[in-house]
Design a protein around this ligand. Structure first.
Ligand SMILES: Cc1cc2nc3c(=O)[nH]c(=O)nc-3n(C[C@H](O)[C@H](O)[C@H](O)COP(=O)(O)O)c2cc1C
Length: 186
């Protein structure tokens, strides 16, 4: 089985999550190509059996490049096994017990894309990401600064100065392993 992971990131989480998903898939014997769609234009997906599309979220939006990839190839996905995943802030809301917010983030980031492009994915990955205050522009940093005390209170680790890790790597690996099983069965 050949798989393509096509992703786009603003702050880096979707890149490293893509690499981790690729690692799991390779351990399961799948031939995987990982493409940063901001760096490389994908002109054809014909050689792949499994397509995984990943995007980071910002202000309720996917990256333009990952969204463009969906727009360009959505008709061809009908003959493929498809999975989508997103890097989000859901883990902050989860730790705060804001279940309605979490459900809403999932709708905005994944379910709306599925209906917008009439997709039939075999898996949807709804993951945490990173909050990297060093990479935010001035306005974004000011907008997000209110979160810092909340992140500390919720026990998120500052892995480098200004960088908070919001991912559960076990959740990502488990999702990737289950995706392989689904892709083989589908
Ligand atoms: C200015 C800003 C806005 C954000 N808006 C959202 C959002 O609307 N929904 C969400 O789930 N996460 C949001 N996030 C958190 C991102 O999803 C998180 O940083 C993730 O790692 C982004 O993916 P990327 O690192 O691949 O770019 C936001 C982060 C920043 C800095």
């Amino acid at each position: 089985m050949k798989a393509l992971i096509a992703y786009a990131t603003r702050y880096g989480a979707t890149a490293s999550s893509s690499e981790e998903i690729a690692k799991v898939l390779r351990e399961e014997g799948i031939d995987v190509k990982v493409v940063d769609t901001k760096e490389e234009k994908i002109t054809s997906i014909s050689e792949y059996d499994l397509i995984i599309v990943g995007s980071g979220m910002q202000m309720g939006k996917w990256t333009n490049e990952a969204e463009n990839f969906l727009a360009k190839f959505h008709k061809e996905f009908a003959d493929k096994k498809l999975a989508l995943f997103v890097s989000t802030m859901k883990s902050v809301s989860e730790r705060e017990g804001k279940t309605e917010d979490v459900a809403n983030m999932r709708k905005v980031s994944l379910e709306y894309k599925v209906s917008k492009y009439n997709l039939q994915p075999i898996a949807l990955g709804f993951f945490g990401g990173v909050l990297d205050f060093n990479k935010m522009n001035f306005i974004m940093r000011r907008t997000m600064s209110f979160l810092k005390p909340q992140l500390e209170k919720d026990g998120f680790q500052e892995v480098q100065p200004g960088v908070y890790e919001l991912r559960d790597w076990n959740e990502i690996r488990k999702w990737a392993r289950e995706l392989v099983t689904k892709a083989i069965q589908a």
